[in-house]
Design a protein around this ligand. Sequence first.
Ligand SMILES: Cc1cc2nc3c(=O)[nH]c(=O)nc-3n(C[C@H](O)[C@H](O)[C@H](O)COP(=O)(O)OP(=O)(O)OC[C@H]3O[C@@H](n4cnc5c(N)ncnc54)[C@H](O)[C@@H]3O)c2cc1C
Length: 415
Amino acid sequence: MSSRYSLWSLARQALRRHRDWAPAWRTPVPKPAYDIIIIGGGGHGLATAYFLAKKHGIRNVAVLERGWIGGGNSGRNTQVVRSNYFYKASVDFFEHSLKLYESLSRELNFNIMLSQRGIVTLAHSRHDLETNRRWANAILLNGVDSEILTAEGVKRIEPLINLNARFPVYGGFVQHRGGLARHDAVNWGFARAADALGVDILQNCPVSGFETRAGRIAGVATPHGVLRAGRFVINVAGHSSVLAEHAGLRLPLISMALQAMVTEPVKPMLRSIVLSPTAHVYASQSDRGEIVIGGAADVYSSYAQRGSLAVIEDFVAAAVELFPAFARLKLMRHWAGIVDISPDTSPIMGKTPVDNLYLNCGWGTGGFKAIPAGGDTMAFTVANDRPHPLIAPFALDRFERGALIDEGAAAGVAH
Ligand SMILES: Cc1cc2nc3c(=O)[nH]c(=O)nc-3n(C[C@H](O)[C@H](O)[C@H](O)COP(=O)(O)OP(=O)(O)OC[C@H]3O[C@@H](n4cnc5c(N)ncnc54)[C@H](O)[C@@H]3O)c2cc1C
């Protein structure tokens, strides 16, 4: 059992030269059967396991992760959390998540380093400005903070921005409660807290298929043999289509790379997170001082000819136009994750046509901010076998009913 983190325990361990810290989670021997098996040890899978144990008292749960905890997109993202979406269903869900983030460090006894420094969305034309006003007002009408900015207002927040770039800055809007949370801490915090409640986290445990019986899932094939459970959750992001097909489901998803990069660390030069949907770039400064740069997924057909390094070139060109001072920085690292994008760029969560199989996927470029609410609402759905009201609109069958929630613009994904 891991010990409680506090100033007192830190001081005590310092006196013992940090030799006595308990592992943050166990490496358990798999049981042959569980009440619930969650496939995928990303943030959503771990958070679902935590809330199943914490809120619903279901502790005989296993999270099966093919690699290591948070080795997927939950440990590769650019850490942006916000709830400034357009439609009510999205705002309600993402605002629930942001509120959970605001008290998550205390909830998990793990410092997730939440920094609500504000996210500024730029408008680059009068038309953009009109759209931004509509977007910001929709957010306000849904009860979430949002402030429309003039160009001078943007400059007050970000003095180094070039307002006369190729796409001149006309203004924008800001969600002051938007910000960043340390992604590893979110994964590790949920893993540690779930483990402390009795959840088995099995790393290096890929699921390669399903055993079905009478139209239900009976077990999953793993290197430890078939592990059985009463209910199963697929939570594997960019690998959802592949895995779901083994269970007889065809998902309306495309999977593609999403890239990001960081520069060498420098003194503070960016205050907020700045996002330009027109230039397809966003940037923030990490606590270490690196400039973190991201953009749209590798979606354009031109990348097929120009190769994925062209994506980096495009991100960097756009970032340097907005912030010429970046031009002298060296890029240190760059990486990608495989994201799963649905036709309306909103997530797919809830029950499936297979009786005891549940699904959490389709997060595309924006599921990190959704981890606490995704875990909370999926745990409710699996425990009660009915969708939590906040995720009912995100059911898989919305694509048959035509009840789409098109958040293409707010998701930051070009489509
Ligand atoms: C570069 C980049 C930047 C991003 N930036 C942001 C951002 O700023 N804000 C934001 O909100 N979102 C962002 N995202 C998206 C966000 O990271 C994801 O939507 C979110 O992490 C998805 O969480 P998850 O738990 O569903 O998936 P993941 O974290 O990917 O977890 C799924 C896990 O399933 C495992 N798995 C796969 N197949 C199997 C199998 N067969 N058996 C067992 N395990 C399996 C994988 O190894 C993985 O660990 C970004 C993504 C990327 C790639």
